[in-house]
Ligand binder design. Sequence first.
Ligand code: HPA
Ligand code: ZN
Length: 316
Amino acid sequence: MYDWLNALPKAELHLHLEGSLEPELLFALAERNKIKLPWNDVEALRSAYAFNNLQEFLDLYYAGADVLRTEQDFYDLTWAYLQKCKAQNVIHTEPFFDPQTHTDRGIPFEVVLRGIKQALVDGEKQLGISHGLILSFLRHLSEEEAFKTFEQAMPFRDAFIAVGLDSSEMGHPPRKFQRVFDKARSEGLLTVAHAGEEGPPEYIWEALDLLKIQRIDHGVRAIEDERLMQRIIDEQIPLTVCPLSNTKLCVFDDMRQHNILQMLERGVKVTVNSDDPAYFGGYVTENFAALYDSLGMTQEQAKRLAQNSLDARLVQ
Ligand code: HPA
Ligand code: ZN
C-alpha cells in the first residue's frame, strides 16, 4: 500500500521549509557555520522530538533554524525537501517560509529568499516540480513587525503567491493581522492562515471573514461548529490537514481519533500534508500511510484526498 500511496500524483499545500530541516542536515550546517549545538549528536536531537503541544515544538523548531545562516544553507534546505517531493511524486508544492525567524537573528531578508527561490526554480527545471511560495508572518510578534517584514518583501513581490500566518495560535487571533493582510491583498497577493489547530472555531471565522483566506491551514477544530462546517462545505474552502503533526502535537491523542476522513465523507475539501516532516516523523506519503494504518482509509478515499490537493492549489 505504501508504494501505491507514494505513486499517487499529489500536491503539498502545508509545509514549513524550516520544518523540513532534518537532524543530519542541521548538524552538517552547524559544522559548516562553526556553530556549537546544545545536542551531542543526531540521536540526542531526535530524542528531544517529543512534544505535548504546539509551543513545545516551536521552541525547538526556532532553535534548530539557527543553523541556517547563508544563502547556500537556505538553498540546501529547500533542495533536500524537493528531493523528497520527487521521491514521493509530489508534483506541485506551496511551501511556507518564516522570514522573521531569520531576520530577527540578523540574517538579511534577501539572503533567505534568494536561497529558497533559487532552489525552487531549479526544482521546476531539473525535477519538474512546480511551486508557489508563501510568506508567513509569525503571529506571536506584533502586526507592526509583520508590516516591516512585508515592506522588506515588496522588492521581491513576484517571488510570492500569498501571505500566511503561523506560530503560537492561542492568544494571537487572526484579527490581530487584519490590516497587514488587507495591505497584502491590495498588492494582489492571496491569503491563507493557520486556524483551528489548537485555537477555537472563532479563529477560523475570523480568518475567513477578516483575512479573507483562500484556504484554512489545519482547521480540524471546525468540526466543533456546525454552522462553520456548513459554510466550509458550501463554499468548498480547502483545509490543509497534517495528520502526523496533529498527533505529535497532541491535537488528537491518537491517530484513530483523527477527523480527516469524517470531514472528507461530509464533503469538506480536505487535503493531506506534512507540516514539519523532519520533526513529526514523515513526509506526505507517511501521512497518507498513517491514515491507511489507523483509520482504514480506502484507495478511493486516498485518490479523492490527492485530487483535492491538486484542485486546491493557489497556482494551477
Ligand atoms: N502551527 C503553527 N505554526 C507552525 C507550525 C504549526 O503546525 N509549524 C511551523 N510553524
Ligand atoms: Zn503549519
